[in-house]
Design a protein around this ligand. Sequence first.
Ligand SMILES: [Zn+2]
Length: 132
Amino acid sequence: MKRATGFLIATLMLAGCGSSGSLGTAADRLDRTAHRYYDQVSYGGAGAHTSDDAARLAEATRIFNRAVDRNRSRDELRPSFDRVADRYHHLRRQVEDRDPPYGGASVAFDRVTDAYLDVDRAMNHSGSAYHD
Ligand SMILES: [Zn+2]
C-alpha cells in the first residue's frame, strides 16, 4: 500500500512537472495519427511519392514524441519539431496538389492536421490556453 501510494505521487509529480503535459498529449496524438495515415495511404492505393512522404512524416513524429517523453525543453525540441513541420507541410502540398486525399485517407489526414496544429500551438504559443 505504501509503495503504491509512493508510485502514485511520483506519477502525479511527473505529470505535473514542467510544460510538457499538454505538449505530451498532442505529440502522442500526432505520432499515432501520422502512423495511421501512413497505413491508410500505403495500403489504399495512393501514389508511391505520397506514401514515402507519409512514412517520413511518421518517422519524424515518432522521434519528436520520444524527445517530448524525455521531458526536453522547448528549445531542445525545436530542431526535432522543425523536421516534423517541414515534412508535414511537404506532405500537405503533395496531398493537395498531386494526390488528393480520398475516403478513409482524407479523414486520416484531417486527424493528422488537427494533431499537428495542437502540437504547433503547444510549441509556439506557450502563453495561450491549450485545449484538446
Ligand atoms: Zn515529397
